[in-house]
Each structure stands twice: as C-alpha cells, then as structure tokens.
Ligand binder design. Structure first.
Ligand code: GLA
Length: 390
C-alpha cells in the first residue's frame, strides 16, 4: 500500500473519516557542497530528496491541534492548544510542528483554528538529511493550505528556520528548510544565503550517481556544538570587521581572507572563519564545474570540503572520516564528503554508475570491520519540494 493511503486509513481510524481531509509531503535534503556557510552569508548547493515526511490533515473548529506520528507510535496522539504554545528545548518531533504554528502566529499570521493530523516518515531521522526541516516544512505547507495563507514557499522556509531558531533553540541557517520547501526534480539549488537569490542547476549526471551513506551515528551534544560553531564564526566576523568593511564572512574571497585574517584573535575562531570563507568559494567553483560538465573538478572540491570540515571546522567525526577515506580508495569514486550539520549522520559521494555496487559492498564491509556498525546506502534522487498531494 502506498504510504499515503496507509496514513489516510490511520487518520480515519483515529480521527474519523468525515469532512475535507487533505494529503501533503515535505522532503529531506542532501547538501552536495557548501557546509556551514548558510549562517555565514555564503552559498549552499543542496537538493531535496524523494524521501521525507508525509501527512494528512483536516481543520478543526476549535483551537486544538492533535497529531499522531506513525513513525513514533509510542508517543501516542499529541495535542496542544494553539494559543498556549511556548518555546522548548526538548527536541521531539511534535515540537517542530508546534514551532511552525507558533512561528506563523509570531509573525502576524492569523491561524483561526487547529487541525488533526497523522504523519509518517520514510527517511532516517537524526542522520543529517534534515528530517526535522522536513517536519517543519510539512507543517508549513499544511498551515499555508488549510488556512489559505498568502505566503510563498520561500516564506514557508523562513517560518521553518524562525521556528527552529526561536522555538527549538537550534540556531540553524536556512539551507535545510529552503531545500525542503523549494526543491525541484532533477535539480540542485544554488542558493546565496545572504540575499536568498537562487538558481536551479540541473543534475543531469549521465555517468555518475549521488550516493548517500548513513554512518548510523549521531554524537551527543551535536546541537550545542553546532551553536558553538555559529558563535565562533560570529566572533571571527567581529574581529574582521575592525579591519575591513564586510557584513558576513561570505563577503570575503580567499585573497581577502589572507589579507585580513590576522585580525582574528582566537586561533580556533580563525580556523572556523577560514573554513567558512574557503567553503563558500569552493561552492561557487563547484557549481561552475558542474555546469561545465567537469565532474572531476566537482569531486576534488568535495574532497577539499571534507578536509576543511574535518580539520578546520571540526564537525566531522571518526566514523564519517572512515566512510570518506574508504570511499576515496575506490577508483570509481569521484568525490566524497560529510554532509549536513555534522558530528555523525551521512556522507555524500559521487560514484561512477558501474562502481556503485562495488562501493556499497566494499565501503559497507570495511566500515563494519573498522567500527562494528552497519552503514546504509541511498541513491539520491533530486526531487520536488514540499507540496499538497490532494
Ligand atoms: C544543519 C543546519 C543548516 C546548515 C548545516 C551545515 O543542517 O540546519 O542550516 O548550517 O547544518 O551546512
């Protein structure tokens, strides 16, 4: 049975079959390059995935929301009064939904009543593929559609980020929500996070596949380590602003960084800023290379990105370094790097079509030998963003 029918049946069982019940989907994302640049005014290059969170919903006449997540049946039916939502730092799935409703209201949108909703995910959670942004964008598309709000999908992305920053206490940039809201089939999104200008870039790879490898680890304190990185980047920016007139680290290129970087007092902050500046430039170059069909250059930039995330930004971890190291031993692998916020999660690799099976087998086996863990592999298939299904 298609997942959406399964959810619909569950909805009818839990909440009754009458009235106008609508179905929606919002995807996760994989970032190809441009990591930890989105809160530093740089560029990112993610694509939405075909996996994500599905939901069906129906308006209520009072101020209650009720939701049930088939992925977490033990949580039971959650309910809340929409007039009483308040920020929290317990990172549970329903808080991402509450947060989005709250964000719309905080930003002046009228939410006249609550709704009932059942959802289910077909993507791994806590794996750096933005399951949380997918839940946020699912909530955003539901709110937009059920209440007929005059908001764009870019506004939905902004609401998701606003809610995560202000309701859930995670100071993320806008990349994940933007990719989930704005994804386009067979394309990646080249987004300038300083201006939110974006272009779709076709991912018509004829000879290669984008392979995601899930390390199955998530190190604790990842959210606080992420917030630390953001703070360190901001401190470095402040130091740089004493010697040059820039708004974000994304305003500097490599030469500019080398010219002014002695102003950064703290050696750790220096490394963070170096990553942000160089990674932004790498992202611009990678998109150029892709457009020119130069996959070798694209792959090389991915590898440089990984090294910089490992050594300067320090958001990789032992397990992902092993995945990348083993991937790069295979001749059919063009590039490989950690993707997403880091401290676990997934790597993304560009693998020649005829090397994909060997990749899964060899990387999978050595990973188990070296870590005792079992990796999972997904072929990324760039897909459309959040939408109403019917
Ligand atoms: C997480 C955040 C994004 C971005 C990435 C790192 O996924 O939610 O905003 O900062 O990490 O590139």
């Amino acid at each position: 049975m298609a997942i959406i029918e399964e959810i619909m049946n569950c909805f009818k069982e839990k909440f009754g079959s009458e009235g106008d019940i609508r179905a929606y989907f919002a995807p996760g994302r994989v970032n190809l390059i441009g990591e930890h640049t989105d809160y530093n005014g740089g560029h990112v290059f993610p694509c939405a995935l075909s996996m994500g969170n599905y939901g069906v919903a129906r308006k209520r006449s009072d101020k209650t929301v009720r939701w049930y997540n088939m992925t977490y049946p033990d949580n039971g039916v959650q309910s809340a009064d929409i007039t009483k939502l308040a920020p929290t730092d317990e990172g549970l799935w329903y808080n991402y939904q509450h947060g989005v409703l709250w964000a719309f209201m905080q930003n002046g949108y009228e939410i006249p009543c609550g709704y009932d909703m059942v959802m289910k995910s077909d993507m791994p959670a806590g794996s750096g593929l933005s399951a949380s942004a997918s839940i946020e964008e699912l909530a955003a598309i539901i709110v937009k559609d059920l209440f007929n709000l005059d908001v764009t999908m870019v506004d939905c992305a902004k609401m998701g980020q606003y809610s995560e920053n202000n309701y859930n206490g995670m100071n993320c940039g806008i990349m994940d929500q933007f990719a989930s809201a704005m994804g386009k089939k067979d394309n990646a999104i080249f987004l300038d996070t300083a201006t939110l200008e974006y272009e779709y870039v076709p991912l018509n790879l004829k000879n290669e596949k984008i392979v995601i490898t899930n390390s199955k680890v998530k190190h604790s304190l990842a959210d606080s380590a992420y917030n630390d990185r953001r703070r360190q980047s901001e401190e470095a920016l402040k130091d740089l602003q004493t010697v040059t007139d820039i708004k974000t680290l994304g305003d500097l290129d490599e030469a500019g960084f080398e010219k002014y970087s002695s102003a950064i007092k703290d050696p750790v902050n220096y490394k963070r800023a170096k990553h942000a500046v160089y990674e932004n430039q790498r992202t611009i170059k990678a998109v150029k290379a892709l457009r020119a069909g130069d996959m070798a250059e694209f792959g090389k930039l991915m590898i440089d990105s990984h090294v910089s995330l490992r050594d300067d930004y320090e958001t990789s971890c032992k397990e992902i370094d092993i995945l990348v190291e083993e991937a790069l031993k295979l001749p059919g692998v063009i590039g490989s790097r950690i993707t997403g916020g880091g401290f676990g999660g997934c790597s993304v690799s560009i693998v020649k079509n005829d090397a994909v099976e060997e990749f899964k087998e060899k990387v999978g086996n050595v990973y188990t030998e070296r870590t005792g863990l079992t990796a999972e592999f997904y072929i990324a298939d760039a897909a459309d963003g959040a939408r109403k299904l019917y």
